[in-house]
Design a protein around this ligand. Structure first.
Ligand code: CA
Ligand code: CA
Length: 273
């Protein structure tokens, strides 16, 4: 079960920091500043690796939870090996992504037709840079030449992984570790962004948005596709300015958008225009 803390915070009449748990191990150069979190998950286990870096001064969706530490994440984790194989087959390291044979989605049209509180599960990322990712929860709008407008939130500020099999301050996440978003309403969209090449304070050298037209280098950094007919979509980002090796697997995560939204996104007839 998840619950949004946002309304409780608002009801208290101001911003209120959620204090770090005793087992939190902060890393990075944030100087002991604790981020704010909009959501939490009751019954799931927190990762020991939370961050004190706050990219772009955004609030966080939630703290990071350990893979398969509640019923919902265990359901995802049962599929993780299949998705990992799928990624290894279709998004090979250093090979330009073409999307051939994949059920691709328009990254600029991840529209919600039903209210749902999504989760993002980290799944993969081979990159030289320290990268993270965030999301704008915005109202549905056609793709534009500017960055999406809405509520900007950080999902995970450091997803440096490179195949590690244990968590550390260098590799803080493992596949299946997850964050919880607040409820996204019908008529809103998720516009993900990649924080590329962060410094020790979490400040990215570049932010890559969901469409080529709103990226400073004109490259389509974000890809999205359905791996199957489930409620999960896979997101990938190319982190390198200008596209680099264009493998689009430098930051990858799976988003649980709920069965109803998934069905709507699969049906072009029900997609909002
Ligand atoms: Ca790359
Ligand atoms: Ca790569």
């Amino acid at each position: 079960m998840h619950k949004s803390l946002m309304f409780a915070v608002l009801a208290m009449g101001g911003l209120s920091l959620v204090s770090a748990p005793a087992n939190a191990q902060f890393w990075g150069g944030g100087g002991g500043v604790n981020p704010t979190y909009l959501a939490s998950v009751t019954g799931a286990s927190l990762s020991s690796y939370q961050t004190s870096t706050i990219p772009l001064s955004y609030s966080f969706c939630s703290k990071t939870y350990l893979a398969a530490s509640d019923t919902t994440s265990a359901t995802f984790q049962a599929l993780e090996p299949t998705y990992m194989s799928y990624i290894l087959s279709n998004l090979k390291e250093g090979v330009a992504f073409t999307g051939a044979g994949l059920n691709q989605l328009d990254p600029e049209r991840l529209y919600f037709s039903f209210a749902y509180a999504p989760r993002c599960y980290f799944i993969y990322g081979y990159a030289a840079f320290i990268d993270g990712f965030g999301v704008t929860i915005g109202n549905v709008a056609p793709p534009t030449e500017s960055e999406p407008v809405g509520t900007n939130l950080t999902c995970m500020s450091d997803v440096h992984w490179n195949g590690s099999t244990s968590r550390s301050s260098t590799y803080p996440v493992l596949p299946g570790d997850f964050i919880q978003l607040p409820t996204v309403n019908a008529g809103q969209q998720l516009a993900f962004m990649c924080y590329s090449n962060e410094n020790s304070n979490g400040a990215p050298a570049n932010v890559w948005y969901n469409g080529a037209s709103n990226n400073s280098d004109g490259f389509q950094h974000m890809i999205a596709f359905f791996p199957d007919n489930s409620q999960y979509i896979i997101i990938g980002f190319e982190d390198y300015p200008g596209g680099g090796d264009q493998d689009c697997n430098d930051v990858m995560f799976v988003v649980d958008i709920g069965a109803n939204n998934a069905a709507a996104l699969r049906s072009t007839s029900s997609m909002p225009k």
